[in-house]
Design a protein around this ligand. Structure first.
Ligand code: T4K
Length: 401
């Protein structure tokens, strides 16, 4: 890593990138390799590769007990888990969701011809704003899906109350929130069901994978059937279903990752604190803060760039960072409502989403996880500080080039 103190050294002006290798957001966490390989070997010896094998069953049990939830149904990914939970809970018509989320939350509805009705978020938490939810309810509304963005829990209490009052089903896309808690209780215990993604980029991963967790026996039984084509024993299909099964190799990765969960959290936490320390005092740059009284996985390092103070847009800063091999991301730009098919279906929905539209312009997600160290973080923050302290010169120089 090269420390830079002059503008001329910046890679956008032809200098060498600060990092030889790209620093990615979403680098996978990998637990103990020897344990993983041992598990894979055992799996090969057993010749049981998928279809509710022993690893999948063990993983489901371990997750249930970790979260204190009655049922865990492992799936092939988070998107299919969402589709299954939505279908099994009987959602139909319209469902209220934030637009500020990964596109899969909306697609899981639209795929089943249920209309996602986009609701604005609370700019302090980046999660769905319960006050706005109530305004979006129509006679066609069947449910609400909150998203615990960055692992930051939604206002579960307020949403539960709204759902109860209007007789709506409440669910959570908890893709980011494995290992997080809300008011001392693990995420996974709220609403009809909560859905996790165990994608490679997530804090806890099974390569590809996901899970639905619920305390509702009937719903769990239905989802179990649906994720296996509706089979209730040999040659007996009792329900329409799909192939949502998790494979054994994925579950082996999951079991191995579970053993290192505390290490993953400590690394992310140390990185988060280091960013907090290094970014302090840079005008217009604020780090999204997590409530340290709750359990949290600290998987996302999220910056808010206030251009009125930094004098540089988030996008120009992103360009500078990318040139330095710091591959920051703009999650969830431009918002689901600005992507197809929603953009064509609801061309004016942005009018009701002022906070979302602001947020997607100002957020920058920085690399974290086990593959970056203190020195890397200091280097990233050093570049941000340099750029913001000399922004006028940068702009002048760029306009000449
Ligand atoms: N709901 C929410 C709120 C979600 O965030 C997601 C997934 C879902 C639902 C759906 O769950 P899944 O069906 O995916 O289980 C990535 C992930 O693909 C996606 O799973 C995730 N959200 C989303 C937030 O991030 P992209 O389009 O950013 O992926 P990509 O290929 O650009 O990779 C992201 C970064 O990770 C890059 O910097 C490269 C790095 N990476 C990625 C992979 C796969 C690695 O370093 N190694 C890897 O193996 O969507």
């Amino acid at each position: 890593m090269m420390t830079k103190s002059n503008l001329e050294d910046l890679a956008i002006f032809g200098g060498k990138p600060a990092f030889n290798e790209p620093l990615h957001v979403g680098r996978p966490n990998i637990g103990d390799r020897a344990s993983l390989l041992q598990r894979i070997n055992d799996m090969l010896d057993r010749r049981w590769l998928t279809n509710n094998g022993p690893y999948v069953q063990e993983l489901e049990q371990r997750i249930s007990s970790l979260l204190g939830v009655k049922h865990c149904i492992a799936t092939c990914n988070g998107t299919v888990a969402l589709e299954l939970a939505i279908r099994a809970a009987g959602l139909c018509g319209e469902v209220i969701v934030p637009s500020f989320t990964f596109i899969a939350t909306a697609h899981a509805l639209q795929w089943q011809e249920i209309t996602p009705v986009f609701c604005d978020v609370d700019p302090r938490t980046h999660t769905i704003n319960p006050w706005r939810v109530e305004e979006m309810i129509t006679p066609r509304t069947s449910g609400i899906i909150g998203v615990h963005v960055w692992g930051q829990p939604c206002d579960v209490e307020a949403l539960t109350e709204i759902a109860r009052k209007h007789n709506l089903k409440l669910m959570f896309d908890a893709s980011h929130a494995f290992g997080c808690s809300y008011k001392g209780q693990m995420i996974g215990n709220f609403g009809e069901a909560e859905v996790f993604s165990f994608h490679a980029t997530k804090f806890f991963n099974t390569f590809e994978g996901g899970a639905i967790v619920t305390n509702n026996d009937e719903l769990a039984a239905k989802i179990r059937l649906m994720k296996n084509f509706g089979f209730a024993g040999y040659d007996n299909v009792v329900y329409i279903g799909t192939n949502g099964k998790m494979s054994e190799v994925s579950a082996a990765m999951g079991l191995t990752s579970l053993e290192s969960l505390d290490d993953f959290i400590s690394i992310n936490y140390a990185n988060y604190k280091q960013y907090q320390h290094q970014l302090a005092g840079i005008p217009g740059v604020s780090l999204f803060t997590y409530a340290e009284t709750e359990r949290c996985n600290f998987q996302y390092v999220v910056l808010e760039i206030d251009e009125s103070l930094t004098k540089i847009s988030r996008d120009l800063l992103l360009r500078v960072l990318h040139a330095e091999n710091i591959l920051a991301r703009r999650y969830f730009y431009p918002g689901c409502h600005k992507m197809e098919p929603y953009k064509s279906y609801f061309p004016h929905s942005g009018l009701l989403l002022p906070e979302t539209e602001k947020l997607v312009q100002i957020l920058l997600i920085l690399p974290t996880g086990a593959t970056i160290n203190r020195t890397d973080i200091n280097g990233i923050c050093n570049i941000i500080r340099l750029v913001i302290s000399q922004v006028d010169r940068i702009k002048r120089k760029l306009s000449y080039d």
